[in-house]
Ligand binder design. Structure first.
Ligand code: ZN
Length: 142
């Protein structure tokens, strides 16, 4: 018996302990699992050649671009929608590659622009608030 199959059987046996499963269900689950485990084994062999280490992860977020560590595509913003095409949420992606949960998946220059925009907005808000406050004061005085 090959490893994929025995691994799949172990998983299904564990499942069968926690919920009621028909024989058919178990058989098809073993089949499906064995196939996907085999698939995983093959893809991890391929991944070993281009191993992703910490510096690759760090370098994936650059001044003007963000590189998707799953497929190598380059973006300005690595969107949740793109990650969904790999079956990942941004949280899962960051966890998978050992990034901090708060890491923004955005090019550094864009991160700065966003930050500045936020600051500008806050300043503007403050100014408007001050103006409104002054106005109210005037109205009260009049
Ligand atoms: Zn990708």
């Amino acid at each position: 018996m090959d490893d994929y199959l025995s691994a799949a059987i172990r998983i299904v046996m564990a499942q069968a302990k926690v919920r009621v499963m028909s024989e058919d269900e178990m058989a098809s689950m073993v089949k499906k699992l064995a196939a996907s485990i085999r698939c995983l084994g093959e893809s991890s062999d391929a991944a070993e050649e281009s191993q992703i280490d910490a510096s690759t992860v760090k370098n994936s977020i650059r001044e003007k671009s963000v590189t998707c560590l799953v497929c190598g595509s380059v973006f300005k913003i690595l969107s949740a929608r793109h990650l969904a095409s790999h079956g990942l949420t941004p949280e899962e992606y960051k966890e998978k590659f050992g990034m901090k949960p708060k890491t923004p998946l955005v090019a550094k220059s864009l991160q700065r622009m966003r930050k500045k925009k936020m600051q500008d907005m806050r300043l503007w808000e403050k100014r408007t608030q001050a103006k409104t406050a002054a106005k109210t004061k005037k109205v009260k005085e009049a």
